[in-house]
Ligand binder design. Structure first.
Ligand SMILES: [Ca+2]
Ligand SMILES: [Ca+2]
Ligand SMILES: [Ca+2]
Length: 255
């Protein structure tokens, strides 16, 4: 979603939002870049019509309200607690990219990447192009099980080419962390609140989840795993046979 666009000299700016939050988009010399604002959509609502210039004197100015999200099933409702606000963000602070990897410091801090290292997980691939920038990918049967259960988007745009599109999962599972997804970039949030950044603690950025893998004590080759999204939750029994996982749906609910 794009809010407002503005040209400043030869540079084009726009305010946008995706599943992670708000971004300032910039096109200079035909080169696009995006800077994460770090302002949670759980707390900040931006007016769809912006009457003032977006950029002025090195400051980004956004009109909106301070809100509180009231959760109702399937969608969020907003209730404003203060209307008619003007939010100001210093452009120099916003665009600061200490390690020059293409993600601004604010984004890296909000999502647990290293703002001082181009290659947060040390696998030789820079954060900006790494499909799983937080953890090194490993290949084993349990990471394979997670890869099989990842949500897919049939006929969707090629998210892999979009460095600003991520699926975010909340998990402490090492096997899940080590996936090498095919369709889109991934980020992981720690399960423990005290290890989460302020931003993700207060912003609902997870649309999907996959549980830890549970063992069956009597049948060591049988495992259980649960997958959920905003509308459903499915339980699977999984068995690894002849180098392949066989999944059996054993329960679930639709909301
Ligand atoms: Ca950076
Ligand atoms: Ca980095
Ligand atoms: Ca990397």
């Amino acid at each position: 979603m794009i809010y407002k666009q503005q040209n400043v000299g030869n540079t084009k700016y726009a305010l946008g939002r995706n599943d992670l939050g708000y971004w300032l988009l910039k096109i200079a010399d035909r080169k696009p870049s995006a800077y994460f604002l770090g302002l949670s959509f759980s707390h900040y609502y931006f007016n769809e019509i912006q009457n003032q210039p977006l950029i002025k004197d090195g400051v980004l100015k956004v009109e909106g309200s301070l809100v509180q999200i009231v959760k109702v099933p399937r969608h969020d409702d907003y209730s404003a607690i203060a209307d008619g606000k003007m939010f100001k963000v210093n452009l120099r602070e916003l665009m600061k990219d200490t390690d020059q990897d293409g993600y601004n410091d604010i984004f890296e801090k909000c999502f647990g990447l290293n703002p001082d290292d181009k290659d947060s997980d040390g696998d030789g691939v820079n954060d900006f192009t790494d499909i799983n920038p937080m953890y090194r990918s490993e290949k084993n049967k349990f990471t394979e099980l997670y890869e099989m259960l990842l949500p897919t988007y049939a006929g969707a745009p090629d998210f892999k080419k979009d460095p600003y599109h991520f699926e975010v999962f909340k998990t402490n599972c090492d096997y899940f962390h080590q996936i090498n997804p095919e369709e889109y970039k991934v980020l992981f949030i720690p399960e423990n609140e005290d290890k989460q950044s302020y931003y993700v603690r207060f912003t609902d950025v997870c649309d999907f989840g996959i549980s830890k893998i549970r063992k069956n004590k009597e049948f060591p080759e049988r495992f259980y795993i649960n997958k959920w999204d905003s509308r459903s939750s499915t339980d699977y029994a999984a068995e690894y046979r002849n180098g392949k996982w066989e999944l059996e749906m054993i329960g679930g609910i639709v909301i």
